[in-house]
Design a protein. Structure first.
Length: 189
């Protein structure tokens, strides 16, 4: 049986006939290999790579953490959520007081609390508190959008408390103080 060759024969060549790539640096933009300069994309080593990572002393610069003020202001959303749930427990225990930092919307649900509606009120209050916990998680990481959403929601809650201002003077004052701190942290971002 005879062997038949098809095509141009044993000629070997590449499809790309451009200049040979310079093999220095790394693909992921990390520090260049010892004895080389630049990156595979021929970006200058001291200025970074196409990914714009700054290389200093052989290590890529890390993202800056949010400041302590931003983290503290983000934690306010946790306090709001937690104390709103405590207000619900106080309402279940027929207490005559509530925490000023808690949400007015949960107070409104607590005021309509009766024996046959306990489960519904608890579910609604836990969902509302959960929203503030999620906002707090993102706000503590430095999300300006989370701060903005939280400021708007807490501001709307303050307006709800202003409808019965005489009963909720301290709660409105606490809301205003917290909103002021949240806005300061949001502007810092």
């Amino acid at each position: 049986m005879a062997t038949m060759n098809y095509g141009p024969g044993n000629k070997k060549e590449t499809v790309y006939s451009g200049p040979s790539p310079v093999m220095s640096g790394t693909v992921y933009g990390g520090p260049p290999m010892p004895g080389t300069t630049g990156t595979v994309y021929q970006g200058p080593s001291p200025g970074g790579t196409v990914y714009q990572t700054q290389v200093r002393n052989g290590q890529a610069a890390r993202r800056v953490d949010p400041s302590a003020n931003v983290r503290k202001a983000g934690a306010l959303f946790y306090y709001i959520a937690g104390l709103s749930l405590i207000n619900t427990l106080l309402a279940l225990a027929s207490a005559r007081f509530a925490m000023a930092i808690g949400l007015g919307i949960t107070r409104a649900f607590d005021a309509s609390l009766s024996q046959d509606q306990i489960a519904v009120v608890l579910i609604l209050n836990v969902l509302i508190a959960g929203v503030f916990v999620v906002i707090g998680m993102f706000a503590r990481k430095g999300s300006s959008v989370a701060f903005l959403i939280g400021i708007v929601l807490y501001g709307l809650d303050m307006i709800l408390l202003c409808t019965d201002f005489a009963r909720h003077v301290s709660a409105v004052a606490v809301h205003a103080f917290f909103i002021f701190n949240m806005i300061r942290a949001w502007r810092e971002l």
